[in-house]
Design a protein around this ligand. Structure first.
Ligand code: ATP
Ligand code: MG
Length: 250
């Protein structure tokens, strides 16, 4: 039995008067890939961003209920947002490397965190783990913006890895990529789960079925079903899950 790394209990998230997440409870298992699916606007990104307090920058947001990481309340008074963002890294929909060299993209985060590293070693390790090293090892000091979209996304993953996170959040990491680049990211997720817990939002049902161990289906701010991916896709318990995964709505 694997242990839980993130746990939500009656988690509610409001934007002003709008309750975007309506009292959801779930447990994310350590070392597994969890896919978050559901129609546009159902609260997937809102939930994901609450895990590492990326929502802190939104002015009218209110979060209630329990949300813990390794047993510590993420919104508790003792939690340091900088620490949670280091432990829980995030990769976004659109690759967003800094307009700097490949090398500097990777060392930037650890440097501002005051780490003392063998920088060359750190860069190589992160790029190898992100399956990008062979393609860029001879051009580490070229601009990251010269890379292809798929390479830029793997660089963003490498940048996250360089911070030694425990969890990597991905919000539709492949939606701006072509099928070939998408397949590479999917393969990479399979590799990364050996070391990191991964939570990924996807609109692509086949992708969720291929890459994840567990799947969470959200609908209009509610968590309709959460469980083993195979079971959820082959034998959904809820009618709304079945309708969604068979493409009858959403
Ligand atoms: N910064 C914000 N301020 C106000 N409302 C917001 C904000 N971000 C999201 N919302 C609202 O919260 C609800 C959930 O949005 P969220 O972005 O979490 O959905 P999503 O499931 O990620 O959708 P998509 O698949 O389109 O990315 C929506 O009604 C959205 O309009
Ligand atoms: Mg979203």
């Amino acid at each position: 039995m694997s242990e839980n790394i993130i746990e939500a209990k009656d988690l509610r998230i409001f934007y002003g008067m709008n309750e975007a997440v309506k009292g959801v409870s779930f447990k994310i298992k350590k070392g597994e890939v969890t896919a978050v699916i559901g129609p546009s606007g159902c609260g997937k990104s809102t939930v994901l961003r609450s895990f590492n307090r990326m929502n802190d920058f939104i002015s009218n947001i209110k979060i209630t209920g329990g949300l813990s990481f390794e047993g510590d309340e993420i919104y508790g008074p003792k939690m340091d947002p900088a620490v949670i963002r280091r432990d829980i890294g995030m990769v976004f929909q659109r690759p967003n490397p800094f307009p700097k060299s490949i090398y500097k993209n990777i060392v930037w985060g650890p440097k501002i965190n005051g780490y003392k590293h063998n920088w060359d070693e750190l860069v190589e390790k992160a790029l190898r783990r992100a399956a990008l090293w062979d393609e860029v090892k001879d051009r580490l000091h070229d601009s990251a913006l010269d890379l292809s979209g798929g390479q830029q996304q793997r660089l963003c993953i490498a940048r996250t890895i360089a911070m030694s996170p425990k969890v990597i959040l991905m919000d539709e990491p492949c939606s701006a990529l072509d099928p070939k680049a998408t397949a590479r990211i999917e393969d990479l997720i399979g590799e990364l789960k050996k070391r990191y817990t991964i939570v990924t939002v996807t609109h692509n049902m086949q992708q969720a079925a291929r890459i994840s161990d567990e799947t969470a289906f959200f609908y209009e701010g509610e968590l309709i079903e959460f469980g083993n991916t195979n079971e959820l896709f082959t034998n959904p318990k809820e009618k709304r899950t079945e309708d969604y995964i068979t493409g009858r709505f959403g």
